[in-house]
Ligand binder design. Sequence first.
Ligand SMILES: NC(=O)CC[C@H](N)C(=O)O
Length: 221
Amino acid sequence: MEYVIIQFPGSNCDEDLYYVLSEQLHLPVVFIDYRQTELPIETAAVLIPGGFSYGDYLRAGAIARFAPIMTAIKTFAATGRPVIGICNGFQILTEAGLLPGALRHNDSLDFICRSQNLIVENTDTRFTSQYKQNANITLPIAHGEGNYYCDEKTLAQLRAHHQIIFTYQKNPNGSVANIAGIVNQRGNVLGMMPHPERASEAILGSTDGLKLFESLQQSGC
Ligand SMILES: NC(=O)CC[C@H](N)C(=O)O
């Protein structure tokens, strides 16, 4: 089985993800170009990396959602297998309708790049099983459009189904309910603004991100 990293024009965290999965966890990983129309038959999980797909023109993720590979990703997600979108990947997943809500410009209108303290709100997922419930972790954030928005009804549904996975300890961007990461109702699609791949090795200052990929590995993918 292979871990598949999607490369869009403007992706810039694809190599970081590749490094963590292949060099640190010794998992089989392949890159798939956004112009492809199919995923490998042996795909274990799809990872959409951070970056500035299509230069964030119109709205981050708004053009990438029309890329040829997105149809195959939707079909894959519909089978219940795991899809992770990190930062720009989260933006693409909301634009594509695979996750509810939207990512708006940070309320400060500044691009924010710094370490951020988070709370792991739900460890009963295939992405977070290796964390302790309510653990305080530190991951980097780096975004201009990380301000998660959804309406009251959607927020109530997210809460009712325990779909809020990560929250900010101190809200950096105006996100509704301090939301930093969510899953879909079925629990197989995760979107998060912080970057676990940038916190997966001691030399980077934090290894708090590694558990996310270890959780996925432990889930049998
Ligand atoms: N590192 C990222 O993926 C963030 C870039 C993102 N497109 C933004 O909101 O600015």
